[in-house]
Design a protein around this ligand. Structure first.
Ligand SMILES: [Zn+2]
Length: 423
């Protein structure tokens, strides 16, 4: 009975409120809207309702004190491996992948794109196992290989790289499938890349390439400047494995310089073997920054130098990139790269995917994928992640009430009370 009365009063109080949740006093970085200032962010019905200098606390059912913290769009990681659960050993369509929800919200990530784990033969299996039952928004680059990343026996098989069924699947699931992927190809042929490009062109989506083994028969210059169209994505840009670095200047090679001029996008794709300081430091010094920051999350990279999205973002802070640029390359730039421009910003009306970060100052160390260390003084940690208007990660409980201010018999608390404004 007491509970019912409390609910009734709560309902009356809610009737006065315009917003479900108000993030008050945080430093908002929203690169799409060229916003980099202290602002209040109000959320209602799962959407961004207002971003203004001063929104009265009384207009919201729940107020989060965000002073001293950075408020940004939910982070978008366009290179992950999350096709877990098939039980297949040594496979990125299996044991080498991780379930997304365990690795995303805790670092501010609300959207990921699986980079080619599945091809047209197993995309629907990936969809039913992972996409349809994850809280994280999971999108996908469809592998040009029909079986996807099931290992060398499949990934080196030219006969399973078919444009027709790949395009058909990409069109059927347009929006979920955001690009075509080629990876790990070891042979000298151009066929995987030409077919991937053709499939991407027909489906109207970008082509992301992990250029596989370095082969003189197919130089990086030609991939980026002859095969690629503008908007295609070269991942593992700081790997140093395929001619990304000029041997004399130590800066970007001519392949990268000319590719960028014609609109090719460059993605970090850190991974377990694709990010070394001896490239990242001189290329960044020469001004060759990534268009998109991404992890290449999988069971190997998460326990080595890569760790997680915030660790990779923090690496770029310590390479001298401004926080605004780091956020741009982790939110709005990836949203544009995968043609999801409804994401990656805090425009009123947009889905309320929001991250709240703390920028820590101290003595930190960052390993590359060869276990070489770069010392740094800045590190991002994630205080709060909101997906579709609901807190999905809250490190220090900033979206909730102190226990001793609640009724003595309090039950489970919700940061966004489900009761809506009375009509
Ligand atoms: Zn990968």
């Amino acid at each position: 009975m007491r509970f019912l009365v409390a609910l009734l009063f709560a309902g009356l109080a809610f009737a006065q409120a315009d917003y479900d949740l108000l993030l008050k006093g945080g430093w908002v970085i929203d690169p799409k809207n060229k916003l980099n200032a202290v602002r209040d962010v109000a959320i209602a019905g799962g959407k961004i309702a207002a971003v203004e200098a001063d929104i009265p606390a009384s207009r919201a059912r729940r107020v989060v004190d965000a002073r001293g913290l950075y408020v940004t769009p939910g982070v978008i990681d366009i290179h992950v491996h999350v096709y877990a659960g098939t039980g297949e050993r040594n496979s990125y369509a299996g044991d080498n992948s991780v379930y997304p929800d365990g690795f995303t919200f805790r670092v501010g990530v609300t959207t990921v794109a699986d980079a080619g784990g599945a091809g047209w033969r197993n995309f629907e299996d990936f969809k039913s196992r992972i996409i349809d039952r994850s809280q994280t928004r999971v999108l996908a680059f469809l592998n040009i290989v029909g079986h996807g990343m099931r290992g060398g026996r499949y990934e080196q098989d030219l006969s399973d790289m078919e444009v027709g069924p790949t395009v058909e699947t990409a069109k059927k699931y347009k929006g979920l499938i955001v690009g075509i992927k080629s990876a790990h190809y070891a042979g000298p042929e151009w066929a995987p890349f030409e077919r991937g490009e053709e499939a991407a062109r027909q489906a109207g989506i970008p082509f992301m390439v992990d250029f596989g083994s370095n082969r003189p028969e197919r130089p990086l210059y030609d991939l980026l400047n002859k095969v690629f169209r503008p908007g295609d994505i070269y991942t593992h840009m700081y790997s140093g494995l395929r001619g990304e670095q000029d041997p004399v200047t130590k800066g970007p090679s001519q392949a990268l310089i000319d590719g960028r001029k014609r609109g090719v996008l460059f993605d970090v794709g850190h991974g377990g073997g694709s990010f070394v300081w001896r490239l990242a430091v001189p290329l960044m010094k020469a001004g060759f920054a990534p268009d998109t920051i991404s992890t290449d999350l999988h069971i190997g990279s998460m326990n080595s130098g890569m760790k997680d999205m915030l660790n990779v973002m923090s690496k770029f802070l310590n390479l001298g990139m401004s926080l605004e640029d780091v956020i741009l390359r982790s939110t709005w730039n990836p949203a544009r790269a995968i043609q999801h421009e409804e994401l990656g910003h805090l425009t009123p009306g947009a889905v309320a995917d929001v991250a709240v970060f703390r920028l820590e100052k101290g003595q930190f160390g960052f390993l590359d994928s060869n276990n070489a260390r770069l010392r740094g003084t800045q590190k991002l940690t994630c205080e709060l992640t909101i997906k579709g208007g609901r807190p999905v990660w809250d490190l220090n409980g900033i979206a909730y009430e102190d226990w001793d201010k609640l009724p003595p018999d309090y039950g489970p608390q919700s940061a966004v009370p489900t009761q809506r404004k009375q009509p």
